[in-house]
Design a binder for this molecule. Sequence first.
Ligand SMILES: [Zn+2]
Length: 310
Amino acid sequence: MGDVVTDGDFAQSFQIEGMNVRGRVVHLTSVADRVLGAHNYPDIVSGVVAEALTLAALLGASLKFNGMLTLQTRSDGPVRMIVADYMTPGVLRACATFDREAVEGLGPSPSFGALAGAGSLAITIDPGEDMERYQGIVPLDDRGLAHSAVSYFERSEQIPTAIKVAAAMLHTKGGQPGWRAGGIMIQNLAALGGNAPVMASGDAEEAWTRASILFATIDQLELVDPQVESERLLYRLYHEDGVRAFAHQPLSFGCRCSAERVVRVLSSYSRDELSDLVEADGLIRATCEFCSASYRFKPGELAETQFART
Ligand SMILES: [Zn+2]
């Protein structure tokens, strides 16, 4: 289902030795380019979609079962909705709904608050099969998606967390300009009474403060530049404390849309609604919001499906 996997697209977990702090790094190169290339969004919208994609990978890579993690914003600004999802074992997709004119009216580098306005971020974990879905909803933070996700962890899971995500259009040596995105998170598992090294609570607090101060020194370029290897970044930050980085988990782009799914959605429409959708050539067209795949149907095909279902 995913595209070709390159080593530029991965999630990597790490553990800071002697601290009850764990984290994860995500790098997206061809996946970011593939997801955004399908959309032709204005650059500032592409930027936040790439950040959402990175965040979905940061959070999704921790799933311990087969399933899906979805991030979805809903808000009253020019960008009304951003959706990014992660499906095990590392398949990503994302899209946004926005008012193009209003976005362009904001100028070249609006704040996240100006782009999204007020609203919420929902994080849904769906283990599939008959298992129950879990959803947490937090208010959108003006400072961006990463800050919104931090408050999700603090409210829903009571785990002190720090997250950074960044995205940029980069010009690589001799190559085409391309979207690059990256992110990093750390979590203080001592708050859970975790299983890592036994520490007095004062030490654990001190360790978290130290990990957070070092984390704050990460700049945007270190996250998006493919020349900055994640191991080097982790070494720069935490070599004094000892950091153990685990294997790369590959990430890829993939969409789950199919003609059957589109038919299922359209089958919930009334006859009148369907006839409004018929174009001059007598066909109904539907385009996938995530991958821009286009599907065509004759109204008769849908009517038959509709009758078959009732
Ligand atoms: Zn699709």
